[in-house]
Design a protein around this ligand. Structure first.
Ligand code: GLU
Length: 487
């Protein structure tokens, strides 16, 4: 569908929790669409649930969006500050006859639903107070009853809209649960707290939103909201309903699945770049030839709803990890060092005197470790034997105790050139071959034993580079391990 006019989209998070991956993914799609069309991406904080909304959640949401690089235009709109506009719209609907006061008590509504259930009917409000006479209303008020305000939904209404993701949509008014509450219970001469569907329509219209992009769990709300647009005399925006994010079992991803907050992913060491890249792939297929690794700007250049899937998007940790690794591998030694420095410093590493405190040595270490990093935290774990002298693990101990290991290390030590000379790769290889033949072991045995002695483990990066980086403390480690295994 061609986009005409200026694009204005919004993210409307409720600050009742930290920034959830689903909300962040909605933000990504809004941002991509806005930037693709040179439009505006606005924020509205939907804080009308006074009990559950908290300023720290608003702060977490804004920080999370900022961290992900999803910059918004202008100041966020604070929904609670717009309550007079919401009340005015309700007053307008009361005056035009689109809305009315319903005095049914909670107990009456429960009894109504129980009866519907007993008769195997879908629960819905039966519109019982839709056409009260002024006398009936006065009688309820005299009884001391308070009223909610309901918006009329005609059962015969047919609501249709062209959804940018899902195509032509169609809802029957009779499937919307009866006349909907738009203001909470209050004394009959007042307008109670306005509710979600009403305030969203009033605010989206006031903000001149052109496209509402949100999760498919809002589809029924969209049908209700379209009726409100009509009754209030506003032009409705276009709608795009994005697929839900699913867990491994194919169910909607929820708090029970563990990590779902952007700040959790951040704390686990995922980079914003990888996470935002991954979220773009959650429901959107990039055009052929683009691959799966790209920046937000690159995605914005080609983003369109035609490539957003209807089916739910399964959360795939392997792909996220792969992307995070790609980001780290491509970072370059110095930017990686900058990111790792605070984590190293937290362990007291990288300071004092010695090669490890030098930027150049640290960059070489980053270069050595980069290809095997998945998370930034791996750059702490894998750097451990370079900053501290490791205790050999069980496999390393077994290797050091195995046949030929000690003689090979002793031979290597005896062949090492005296003084402070660091070896070139060729010299090192030649030396290893010579030491192995002198000790009468295969070169592999020596390599494994050397790795065990230097790193305390049989796993690790390239041995020659490791040796060079550890110089001169590598010789000490070698001496220690070759002598400690002497009976
Ligand atoms: N506050 C709503 C939510 O967080 C906004 C939905 C919408 O975009 O209209 O689900």
């Amino acid at each position: 569908m061609a986009v005409t006019g200026s694009v204005r989209v919004r993210l409307a998070p409720s600050p009742t929790g930290t920034l959830h991956i689903g909300t962040a993914r909605t933000a990504v799609f809004n941002w991509l669409f806005a930037r693709h069309h040179g439009g505006s991406f606005l924020l509205r904080i939907e804080d009308t649930d006074r009990e559950r909304s908290k300023p720290e959640y608003t702060a977490n949401i804004l920080e999370g969006l900022h961290w992900l690089g999803l910059d918004w235009d202008g100041e966020p709109v604070i929904q609670s500050e717009r309550i007079e506009a919401h009340r005015a719209a309700i007053a307008q609907l009361l005056a035009s006859g689109h809305a009315y006061r319903c005095y049914a008590t909670e107990a009456e509504l429960v009894a109504m639903r129980e009866l519907q259930q007993a008769q195997n009917r879908a629960p819905r409000y039966d519109n019982r107070h839709r056409d009260l006479s002024p006398e009936q209303e006065r009688a309820f008020v005299a009884e001391g009853r308070q009223a909610v305000i309901r918006f009329r939904i005609d059962d015969g209404a047919v609501i249709t809209w062209p959804d940018l993701v899902r195509g032509e949509m169609r809802w029957a008014g009779s499937d919307l649960g009866g006349d909907m509450v738009i203001a909470r219970r209050a004394p009959a001469d007042q307008i109670g707290d306005p509710l979600y569907n009403l305030v969203v329509v009033v605010d989206d219209a006031a903000m001149a939103i052109s496209h509402v992009i949100r999760g498919e769990d809002h589809i029924a709300n969209t049908a209700k909201q379209l009726l409100l647009y009509g009754a209030l005399g506003h032009t409705a925006p276009l709608f795009a309903h994005t697929p839900l994010i699913l867990n491994q079992e194919g169910k909607k991803l929820s708090k029970r699945d563990g990590v779902t907050s952007i700040s959790d992913f951040q704390a686990m060491g995922y980079s914003a770049e990888a996470l935002v890249n991954y979220m773009t792939l959650l429901g959107w297929s990039p055009p052929e030839g683009m691959g799966e690794r790209f920046s937000l700007e690159q995605a914005a250049a080609v983003f369109e709803f035609g490539r957003v899937n209807r089916a739910g998007a399964r959360f795939d940790w392997d792909k996220l990890n792969w992307l995070n690794g790609q980001v780290l591998h491509g970072l370059g030694a110095e930017p990686l060092r900058q990111q790792l420095l605070p984590l190293w410093a937290a362990r007291g590493w990288g300071t004092g005197t010695g090669p490890w405190a030098e930027a150049d040595w640290q960059r070489q270490l980053c270069e050595l470790l980069a290809p095997s990093l998945t998370l930034l935290a791996d750059g702490v774990e894998q750097a451990t034997p370079f900053f501290t002298r490791p205790e050999p693990d069980a496999a390393a101990l077994a290797q050091l105790a195995s046949d030929g290991a000690r003689p090979a290390l002793v031979a290597l030590l005896s062949l090492l050139p005296a003084g402070d000379a660091a070896l070139s790769a060729e010299q090192a290889q030649a030396l290893l071959a010579q030491a192995a033949s002198q000790a009468g072991v295969k070169k592999g045995v020596l390599m494994k034993s050397l790795r065990a002695a230097l790193l305390g483990s049989l796993q690790g990066p390239d041995l020659v580079s490791t040796w060079r980086l550890l110089h001169p403390s590598g010789e000490d480690r070698l001496r220690l391990q070759s002598s400690s295994t002497v009976p």
